[in-house]
Design a protein around this ligand. Structure first.
Ligand code: PEP
Ligand code: MN
Length: 282
């Protein structure tokens, strides 16, 4: 597979708003959808108080049903930006189409391309011209190779791409999607790009987030994304997978010792590492 980024051999530090995505372990957290000033302020204040630097929230929502809440659009982006600013955070939010790139880019630090748009090539080509980082989510039926090649579209002109594994469709009804941790390991071998793991959309539930987050730290992922809502029972989107503020605190406290251990291991003198082995056939 011909990777432009690999050919160029660049390994840039991806820094946005003072947050270096290539160093440490980053948590992107916040509601699925931006709903109200109170909701955003409560989530942002709580998460910032626990050390989270990257606030998420959807304003343009790719809903399966046209009758479901579609998001607050620009009003929502305004609330996201205000809540982040008040709490010293940076933001990530989805851009769904080429027409809304300017408005999303006006308010948001990291533009997310959702799973349903991973191969929307006209969108990716436009984002290659943008001077902002792009968080590209893996399509729900995309192979690792297709994912990396989609990233290449953005990399043609914009080297600030973050890969986001969010699970793929499977036969398992107990999880919303199937989290592909082998894919995460492959992405980290095959690409220099930071890899974030969306544990909310991959699992669709809240009770197995912590062990998976620990696994992400252990395997060297650059971070996780989780949905957090001050009152999950009334969330207008993805209520079942939203962590409450207390649950988010428990998760963050729970992974802290793992993150510390990871930092210590990373700081230890590097041992000579063999390059990735070529996969055997069969
Ligand atoms: C989201 O992050 O809100 C979202 C819709 O995710 P995905 O594109 O992974 O389904
Ligand atoms: Mn969601």
């Amino acid at each position: 597979m011909a990777l432009y980024s690999a050919r160029k051999g660049f390994n840039v530090g991806l820094t946005v708003g003072g947050v270096n995505l290539n160093r440490g372990f980053h948590v992107m957290a916040g509601p699925c959808s931006i709903e109200s000033p109170d909701q955003m302020d409560a989530a942002a204040a709580h998460l910032a108080g626990k050390g989270v630097r990257i606030l998420r929230g959807g304003a343009f929502k790719p809903r399966t049903s046209p009758y479901s809440f579609q998001g607050l659009a620009e009003d929502g982006l305004r609330l996201l930006a205000a809540a982040a600013e008040k709490n010293g955070m940076i933001t990530v939010s989805e851009v769904m189409d080429t027409e809304t790139i300017p408005v999303v880019a006006e308010y948001v630090d990291i533009l997310q391309v959702g799973a349903r748009n991973m191969q929307n090539f006209s969108l990716l080509k436009k984002l290659a011209k943008l001077k902002k980082p792009i968080l590209l989510k893996r399509g729900m039926s995309a192979t690792v190779e297709e994912f990396l090649l989609a990233a290449e579209y953005v990399l043609q002109g914009n080297d600030r791409v973050i890969l986001c594994e969010r699970g793929v469709r499977s036969f398992e009804p107990l999880t919303r999607n199937m989290l592909d941790l082998a894919g995460v390991a492959l992405l980290r071998n095959m690409s220099h790009l930071p890899v974030i793991v969306d544990l909310s959309h991959s699992t669709g539930r809240t009770d197995i987030i912590e062990p998976l987050a620990q696994a992400c730290v252990a395997m060297g992922a650059e971070g996780i994304m989780v949905e957090v809502h001050p009152n999950p029972q009334v969330a207008m989107c993805d209520a079942d997978q939203a962590l409450s503020l207390d649950e988010a605190s428990r998760l963050l406290d729970g992974i802290a010792p793992w993150v510390e251990l990871r930092a210590r291991l990373d700081a230890a003198p590097a041992k000579e590492k063999p390059g990735p082995r070529a996969a055997s056939s069969g």
